[in-house]
Design a protein around this ligand. Structure first.
Ligand code: NAD
Length: 264
């Protein structure tokens, strides 16, 4: 199916590894020009290089820390300077370490708030100015089913992702009149196919530090679809929501891609 993303300009934050990487690759496959915006230069260059080898869209890497407003401003200025527009923004950056709330400290909470919540605000703010002026655009934020479920060891992360869900609904209501759609995708546990898909700064560089193989098997057993998610599962949903052609009447939605983990 033609999604009409050919030659569209897409920024994917956290686009170097795992879910963000699959989103960058998917968009490039559809012919979009993709800016992979990530902290991790080495993995960002690997991902952009791989996409350029295989697909028609031009993929460039831009080093960017989404928590730094100056960095984010430069990212959007560079993109508009080079391509004249931003048609799609995917906020895929996220970070967490699994710990019980009572075992954590305020500086850990601050880091989670900055990366998972403020990063989305910073990038969406710049994108909306450009998209509203153009009269079209699609923003997709990657949240988490932890935002709906109250996951043990993800207290602050889950709260920030719930904040993202709400923020995205509000900006959907505020900016629909300018032709801008804003949607959210909530993955469940989603692991890379292999370790070439993740750089050193990925949460999944050492999968065992997140979940042991036994824990992953247990999680899969509890899910209606009986399997753990893969980055492509999430990236397919993002591609759909990014496309004005197929999702042109969809905004303010929060879609779980989690094997049925959450049905709220
Ligand atoms: N993988 C999962 O199981 C899962 C589940 C639910 C939600 N999510 C969400 O999906 C998104 C992608 O997760 P993932 O598993 O691909 O993560 P990941 O850790 O594999 O990749 C995250 C990427 O973001 C980059 N990054 C981190 N901080 C950054 C910053 N401040 N500025 C710019 N780049 C930064 C990293 O370098 C990395 O390339 C995140 O928002 C995450 O919270 C993931």
């Amino acid at each position: 199916m033609n999604l009409d993303l050919d030659e569209k300009i897409a920024i994917v934050t956290g686009g170097a590894s795992n879910i963000g990487r699959a989103i960058s690759m998917n968009l490039a496959k559809e012919g979009a020009n993709v800016i992979v915006a990530d902290l991790d230069t080495e993995q960002g260059q690997i991902t952009s290089g791989a996409a350029n080898q295989q697909y028609s869209g031009e993929v460039i890497f831009q080093q960017c820390d989404v928590t730094d407003t100056k960095n984010v401003k430069s990212l959007f200025e560079m993109t508009v300077g080079k391509y004249g527009a931003v048609d799609v923004l995917v906020n895929a950056v996220g970070w967490d370490e699994l710990q019980y709330f009572t075992a954590t400290e305020p500086n850990f909470w601050d880091k989670i708030i900055e990366i998972n919540f403020k990063g989305v605000l910073n990038c969406s703010f710049e994108a909306l100015k450009i998209m509203n002026t153009k009269g079209s655009g699609s923003i997709v934020s990657i949240s988490s089913d932890a935002s709906k479920q109250g996951e043990p060891r993800e207290a602050v992360y889950g709260a920030m992702k719930a904040g993202v869900n709400s923020f995205m609904k509000t900006i959907a209501k505020e900016n629909g009149r300018y032709g801008v759609r804003c949607n959210t995708v909530c993955p469940g546990v989603t692991i890379p196919e292999d370790d070439t898909e993740v750089g050193d700064s990925s949460m999944w560089k050492n999968i065992d530090s997140m979940f042991t193989q036994e824990q992953l098997a247990k999680i899969a057993k509890t899910l209606p679809l009986k399997k753990i998610g893969r980055p492509q599962d999430v990236a397919n949903a993002v591609l759909f929501l990014a496309s004005n052609k197929v999702a042109g009447h969809i905004t303010g939605q929060v879609l779980s891609v989690s094997g049925g983990y959450s049905m709220v």
